[in-house]
Design a protein around this ligand. Structure first.
Ligand code: UT7
Length: 313
């Protein structure tokens, strides 16, 4: 049985103005455009200058609300998935509430589940809407990863970018399934919190790569099994954009369905919790996602955390 699910009413994104190309990075670390494109599929990413994770979150959420055209008093939840909150407190979600003059009677909080944060958030928002008395949740993934990049580590510094994606959500009876996992180990991917010296991203890229291929497949297969669907029933698979090669490895496990794995990492790099809402927004604007389509969204991140969902567009 499908659970009562979540429908995305509208999405929005926000990106910093500054574009950082692979050639720009090759001027500060020992790398090349050719290496980065071949190993990751990334051509460029965006870094904040005057923007912050808060301003990006508010801008993306403002656009999503504008497109949704809903009564803002009906927003009962503001949740920001982020690993790079500007403040330990208050939460980014509280600052978004004020910036957008959303109602003060609202549950506003941040969630830390790394790159799986937006997908964790779908089910958290679903539960809160079911138990609350308002119609809509505002779920945002926003990251300012450029603050945590160690430019002495050429394997990790080339991956990450800043950005935000937001979605207005409502409850729906259309098919929806959701799974989430956690397996705590700060070994292969971690960053210390505020107050620690050198709180930069630390990563064992090869370990993360192998883990990612395994759990993205696990996430997709679990959702197919729960829903009784096969890949033929699915219009698109929206993977967390961490590395194009990871997504290609996973897609090859589903023969004849490789073209369902849409990627846009070339333009943004890995924007962690923002990558999936940025992907959904882009595909909607390009007319690729149409009402009634079934998509599987699947992501993984530090923790490790991983999660997958079947959404009806
Ligand atoms: O949201 C989750 C976040 N993290 C990830 O998803 C990361 C997953 N892992 C990856 O994406 C890849 O492992 C990386 C892109 C990080 C690295 O690619 P790789 O194909 O696994 O490279 P490698 O670590 O096996 O290194 C191969 C070589 C090494 O040189 P030697 O030892 O063979 O001489 C590295 O020193 O490539 C070298 N290398 C580079 N060369 C040029 C590593 N980084 C770079 C670089 N430019 N930026």
């Amino acid at each position: 049985m499908s659970m009562q699910g979540i429908h995305i009413v509208a999405t929005g994104t926000a990106l910093p103005r500054k574009v950082v190309t692979n050639d720009d990075l090759s001027r500060i670390v020992d790398t090349s455009d050719e290496w980065i494109q071949t190993r990751t599929g990334i051509c460029q990413r965006y870094y904040c200058e005057e923007e912050t994770g808060v301003t990006l979150a508010a801008e993306a959420a403002g656009k999503a609300l504008e497109k949704a055209g809903i009564d803002r008093n009906e927003v009962g939840v503001i949740m920001v998935a982020t690993s790079t909150a500007e403040y330990s407190f208050p939460s980014t979600a509280c600052l978004v509430q004020k910036a957008l003059e959303l109602p003060t009677e609202v549950i506003a909080f941040d969630v830390s589940a790394a790159c799986a944060g937006f997908l964790y958030g779908l089910n958290i928002c679903r539960g809160l809407l079911q138990s609350g008395n308002k119609k809509y949740a505002l779920l945002i993934g926003s990251e300012q990863l450029s603050r945590l990049i160690d430019f002495k580590d050429r394997a990790s510094c080339i991956l990450f970018g800043d950005g935000a994606g937001a979605a207005v959500l409502e409850l729906s009876d259309a098919p929806f399934w959701h799974r989430a996992w956690a397996d705590g180990d700060a070994g292969p991917l971690w960053g210390k919190g505020p107050g620690y010296d050198n709180a930069k991203i630390r990563m064992d890229g090869r370990e993360v790569f192998k883990f990612a291929v395994r759990v993205l497949k696990q996430g997709i297969d679990a959702i197919l099994e729960d829903s009784g669907m096969s890949m033929e029933d699915i219009d698109y698979v929206l993977c967390h954009q961490a590395n194009k090669r990871i997504i290609e490895h996973v897609s090859k496990k589903y023969p004849d369905c490789e073209d369902k794995f849409y990627t846009n990492i070339a333009q943004y790099g890995n924007t962690s919790a923002a990558s999936i809402p940025i992907l959904i927004n882009e595909m909607t604007e390009k007319g690729l996602l149409k009402e009634g389509m079934k998509v599987i969204a699947v992501g993984f991140g530090a923790g490790f955390t991983w999660s997958s969902a079947l959404l009806t567009i």
